[in-house]
Write a protein that binds this ligand. Structure first.
Ligand code: NAP
Length: 360
């Protein structure tokens, strides 16, 4: 069986806490180092997070007494303890870029939830069911960084984690021309709870900084192709998005409209969704959902509270597929933003990288 020692950089944050709970009993990965800012370093994980623990399960016992490292100052110490790290930190973008490259240059692979490197052409941004072949740019990235095993791989933004998987097999079958997505995003996506974001109660906030740009642009990289050690973005489709923050703890919903070159039949679309699988399922990765896309026939589904935990929060829930008068179709989709959309998606990506030998 595979066994890798892993570190969590940003372990005290919302995504970091998710990593801790997901990795507690992971069959391949064992957490051997936790790091956060200098403010938290030197204290135990339990001391720092107990007052802001946001998970439904307790702080993992094996991590509670681990002493937190300083993510920047202690890279060498962390490097001695781990085979690779997960990274989810709240820092200025240029500092995150430097931090992630510093780990990679010390031969510590980085699987990142941060957006800083999503636009870097030789850093793959992977949804394992869709573009697992983008790992092909890693040798070129290693060459640029001057490393033998160090590299950075990122996961995409949580907002698109429901609609890009739903549109992907339809794009292949019918030629996707244009899509419009309105997202209704949970407060955990901002690292918040109802206690720390009281202004969201009885409210909808029609702006999330930078989110609409990511929702429109990141799918082009996911649908891009590898050429000369870089990812060349797709140009044959256009996406427009509006992103709202809504009073939901977990689970991003999206209302989607799509137009295709070849006109699809609704029953064929449901069959394509039901049959869709990718390398995550074919390689039987430990965190992969058995059925990635679930279609609900009920008119009032998917719902965040009822459906976000489907297949451990790693599946996408779909519903309300119908014809549209301006586009060809419209539908609703839902994905758990801190599971598939953040830590869970990164764990699945790390499993893919491990299965392909990039962590050895
Ligand atoms: P968060 O709850 O605010 O946590 C931030 C983490 O970053 C904490 O561990 C914090 O450590 C650490 N940190 C802050 N400044 C640091 C510094 N100078 N050096 C080292 N560590 C530092 O944020 P989050 O929601 O977990 O998000 C973390 C990252 O993931 C962000 O880049 C975010 O955009 C991305 N992301 C979040 C989601 C989501 O659903 N929440 C989804 C996708 C991506 P201290 O406790 O010591 O301050």
């Amino acid at each position: 069986m595979k066994h890798y020692r892993v570190g969590i950089i940003g372990a005290t944050g919302m995504v970091g806490q998710r990593f801790a709970t997901l990795l507690e009993n992971h069959p391949w990965f064992e957490v051997t180092a936790l790091a956060a800012s200098a403010r938290s370093a030197g204290r135990t994980y339990q001391e720092v997070v107990s007052s802001r623990w946001a998970m439904k399960t307790p702080i993992p016992a094996a991590m509670a007494d681990m002493v937190l490292f300083d993510a920047t100052a202690d890279i060498d110490k962390i490097g001695e303890l781990v085979d690779f790290v997960f990274c989810a930190v709240d820092m200025p973008k240029d500092e995150i870029k430097k931090l992630e490259e510093a780990y990679a240059r010390r031969e510590i692979p980085v699987v990142s939830n941060n957006s800083a490197h999503r636009g870097t052409p030789d850093v793959p941004m992977i949804v394992p069911e869709i573009n697992a072949d983008h790992t092909d740019v890693i040798p070129a990235q290693r060459q640029r960084l001057g490393t033998k095993r160090g590299f950075i791989a990122v996961k995409s933004n949580c907002s698109l984690q429901s609609y890009v998987p739903a549109l992907h097999p339809l794009r292949e079958a019918y030629g996707l021309e244009a899509a419009l997505a309105c997202t209704y995003q949970a407060i955990s996506g901002a690292g918040k709870t109802f206690e720390t974001m009281p202004e969201i109660v009885d409210n909808v906030i029609p702006f999330i900084g930078g989110e609409e740009e990511k929702s429109e642009q990141e799918p082009m990289k996911i649908w891009g192709h590898v050429e000369n050690g870089q990812i060349v973005n797709a140009t044959d489709v256009s996406i427009t998005a509006q992103c709202f923050r809504v009073p939901v703890s977990d689970g991003h919903t999206a209302a989607v409209f799509a137009r295709f070159t070849r006109k699809p039949q609704l029953e064929d679309i449901k069959k394509i969704w039901a049959e869709f699988k990718g390398p995550a399922q074919e390689l039987n990765l430990p965190s992969a959902p058995k059925q990635f896309l679930h279609y609900f026939e009920e008119d009032n589904r998917p719902q965040a509270r009822l459906d976000r935990e489907l297949e451990g929060g790693m599946a996408v829930s779909l519903g309300r597929l119908r014809p549209d008068s301006q586009y060809d179709i419209k539908f609703v989709c839902l994905s758990h933003n801190t599971l598939r959309g953040a830590a869970g998606g990164a764990v699945l990506l790390a499993e893919l990288l491990a299965a392909k030998g990039f962590m050895d």
